[in-house]
Each structure stands twice: as C-alpha cells, then as structure tokens.
Design a protein around this ligand. Structure first.
Ligand SMILES: Nc1ncnc2c1ncn2[C@@H]1O[C@H](COP(=O)(O)OP(=O)(O)O)[C@@H](O)[C@H]1O
Ligand SMILES: [Mg+2]
Length: 331
C-alpha cells in the first residue's frame, strides 16, 4: 500500500543522456528560506543568495558564472535578489558599480558602498566607457605579465574585482530621440564588450530588467547571449521567460510561467548545467542600506571611475563622484 505523506513536489528531469534525475522534496524549502548566520565574508565573489527547491543553498559564484541576467515583472523579486547579492559582496574586497537609469531610485540605497553610480543614460555611457578602458588596461597588464587572466597575477598586483550592477535595462535601451538612440547603442556596445572581456579581467555584470526582448534594440539580443547565468522571476509575458531561459528544458519554462504573484522572490535559475527553482532571501531595502553603510569603509577607490575630489564618505552625493566622467563634453 502506498503512503502519500509529506511530499511537496517530485520533479523528473532528463539530466544528461541516459540519466534521469528524480527530485522529491518533503516540504517546500522555498516557503521562507532562512538567511544563514553571517560567517565572515565568505569566498571572494561567492554569495549565498537564497535556497534551492532541493533544500540546497542558492549560490551565485561570479568566478564560476561571471555574468548574469535577472528578469521579472515589477515586484517579482529582482531588487530583493540584488539586495541579497550586494549584501554578500559588500563585505568582500570587491568594487561595486551601479547603473540605474530610473534616476538611481533602486541602487542609490547602496550609495556609500558604491565605487561609482550612474543615474542617467549620459552618465552610463561615460561610466561604461571608463570601465571598458580600465578593462583594456588590465588586459595590457596581463599580457605584459604573460598571464591569461587577473587571477594569474601575483596577489599584490591583482586589480580589485568590479561587479557592475544594472537595474532596469529597458530604461537604458528604450529611447525616443535619435540622440538617445546613439547613447543607447554606445551603452549596449560597451556592455557587450565588458561581458566579452570582463570575466578574465575581473569585471562582472549583473543585469536586471522586466523585459529583454529584441524590441529594445539589436544590442539586447547580443548582450543576452553573453550573460550565461539566468534568473527568471515571475514574468508578465511568456516571451520574456523564453528570452531568459532560452532554449533550455521546456520544464524550466513551464516552472517559470507558473510562479504566482504571491511567490515573489521565487525564480527559475538556469545555466549550462541545468535549471532549478529557487527563492532568494528576503533582504529588505533597509537591510541592504544598513549593510552598505556598515561596509562603506571597504569601498575600493577606483581612480579610473571616480573624480579625485569625489571622496568616499557616506554622505556623498553619487553625482559628485562622477564629476570626472560628467565634466567633459557638452552637457
Ligand atoms: N525572496 C523573497 N521572499 C519573500 N518576499 C519577497 C522576496 N522577494 C521579494 N519579495 C516581496 O516582493 C516585494 C517586491 O520585490 P522586489 O524585489 O522589490 O521586486 P522587483 O524589484 O522585481 O520589482 C518585496 O518588497 C517583498 O515584499
Ligand atoms: Mg526593482
């Protein structure tokens, strides 16, 4: 006689040719994933951001998968996931750079811990340009030292890792005028370049948006192809889930499309290894703001990105820090 007790979910996936993976969970680990007690800064560029449906930790490790695309409708959990990621990275020797064309509404929370923040398309173009230059400089350094990536450099010569966080990609790419279109194109070209070169040179991208369709311009499709880590929250249309999860398992698509508004923070993750359901830790804005302020002293000074007069104190207005990037040309 069969006993049907306490099985929350059973999932069968064709894991690799000839192997089927059966996952049965007794309870729903995604109901309210417990935030583990903070034990030090953890391994560089690796953060536990939530729980997987299997009960395992949901880890984002930028050294394993350097660039990420996070999609989801409004209030689906994108910012909360970024909060969880930043909360972890903030405690590590890592430079955080924000690009937030909704006027900095989201990312300015982390202000004291950011090495640079761009809040308009024009600032973004300059900041991304500076990042591309910095990346190319790092490439020259690596070539001279005959190493393939920054990790091959001696520790005391290794440049600080930089994580570039873009919130609401559409704000960057949705344009009206011709001038705006040129800016958007410049931004997308620079992002693609950073994605291509960055991983080896210690520059990582985390790009979030509600939509990532080709209506945002041809650059978006090329950029998407460079972002190998995918997180799909609840989406407003099936097309966005398809864009985010690509040609992966149809089950992954179905799982993404089944996320309800009540399950904010729940997402389907996909990478070359397969897919999983997961839920981020609920790290609130207040919490993220507190952690950013507490770890402000760890903010690396990246002279290429910041004006000499910009300083790094908590009270800084982000636009002041972008003086050098802003200062030239005709604005
Ligand atoms: N992992 C989570 N666990 C529980 N609630 C969450 C989670 N993520 C998001 N939420 C809830 O959903 C709300 C909206 O999430 P948010 O991250 O701001 O969405 P988005 O940035 O996609 O608009 C949050 O204020 C929170 O109440
Ligand atoms: Mg948000």
């Amino acid at each position: 006689m069969a006993h049907y007790w306490g099985v929350h979910a059973v999932r069968v996936t064709a894991w690799k040719p000839g192997v089927v993976r059966v996952v049965a969970s007794a309870t729903d680990p995604l109901k309210a994933p417990q935030i583990p007690k903070q034990r030090g800064a953890g391994r560089l560029l690796r953060v536990v951001v939530g729980a997987l449906e299997t009960g395992a930790q949901w880890v984002i490790d930028l050294r394993e998968v350097p660039h990420w695309l996070i999609v989801g409708a409004t209030r689906s959990g994108k910012s909360t996931l970024i909060n969880a990621l930043v909360a972890g990275l903030a405690r590590q020797p890592v430079a955080l750079v924000g690009i937030d064309c909704k006027g900095g509404m989201e990312l300015s929370l982390y202000g004291p811990r950011l090495s640079a923040l761009a809040t308009s398309r024009a600032q973004t173009v300059k900041l991304l340009g500076a990042l591309v230059d910095l990346t190319l400089d790092r490439m020259t350094v690596c070539r001279a030292a005959r190493v393939r990536n920054v990790w091959g450099l001696p520790e005391d010569e290794r440049p600080v890792p930089i994580v570039v966080i873009v919130d609401e990609l559409a704000e960057l790419f949705l344009v009206a005028s011709r001038h705006e279109k040129e800016e958007a194109q410049a931004a997308s070209t620079a992002l693609i370049r950073l994605a291509q070169l960055g991983a080896a040179l210690g520059v990582f991208l985390v790009v979030a948006g509600q939509r990532v369709g080709s209506d945002l311009g041809p650059g978006v499709t090329a950029l998407r192809a460079q972002l190998a880590g995918r997180v799909c929250h609840r989406v407003a249309d099936p097309g966005t889930a398809e864009m985010a999860l690509g040609d992966l398992n149809p089950d992954a698509l179905h799982a993404a499309q089944s996320i309800t508004p009540e399950q904010a923070g729940t997402a389907v993750l996909a990478s070359a290894d397969g897919w999983d359901r997961a839920r981020s830790h609920l790290v609130s804005e207040a919490e993220a703001e507190r952690i950013a302020a507490e770890s402000a002293h760890l903010t690396p000074y990246v002279p290429e990105l910041v004006t000499a007069g910009g300083g790094t104190s908590a009270g800084d207005v982000p636009s002041v820090r972008l003086e050098r990037l802003d200062g030239d040309e005709n604005e």
